[in-house]
Ligand binder design. Structure first.
Ligand code: SF4
Ligand code: SF4
Length: 130
């Protein structure tokens, strides 16, 4: 019964159009990603053609789901199950906070293509998704 009550609260949260407020606008989901075994590698130097690295915003946000075939909205199911989202994603944080994160474990690495720009960030950072 308590669990059902929690679910109804989550659905109410969605209906009240507050869902998108969970996004931190970090832009990480718009970067190129590669899954290798249990690792996911984010390339900090490559991103979607519609991503603006200056503002970290999408240039076609309102039309993104129809204009860009690879773009996927982060709905409640992706917040719960999508392992490509980083642990710092606001939706993932929401799912974790509500004990609704069930994505498989992935070790996260952030890499840059150019090694001389910022050597510190070339050292892959690791984090646990779940
Ligand atoms: S189209 Fe989608 S993936 Fe590309 S920048 Fe916009 S929100 Fe990100
Ligand atoms: S990774 Fe999550 S918090 Fe960051 S821009 Fe994408 S949806 Fe928003």
């Amino acid at each position: 019964m308590i669990r059902m009550g929690r679910w109804f609260k989550q659905l109410k949260d969605l209906k009240e159009d507050r869902w998108e407020n969970h996004c931190h606008q970090c832009g990480m989901c718009c970067h190129e990603k590669t899954i290798v075994g249990k690792d996911i590698i984010y390339n900090l130097d490559q991103w979607c053609e519609h991503y603006d690295p200056e503002t970290k915003l999408c240039r076609i946000y309102a039309k993104r789901l129809t204009e860009h075939a690879r773009c996927k909205s982060v709905n409640i199911y992706r917040a719960m199950f999508a392992s490509y989202l980083p642990p710092t994603c606001g939706y993932v944080e929401w799912a974790q906070k509500n004990h609704l994160r069930f994505a498989p474990y992935r070790r996260i690495q952030y890499v840059r293509e150019s090694s001389d720009e910022d050597p510190e960030i070339n050292t892959p950072l690791t984090a646990q998704v779940d």
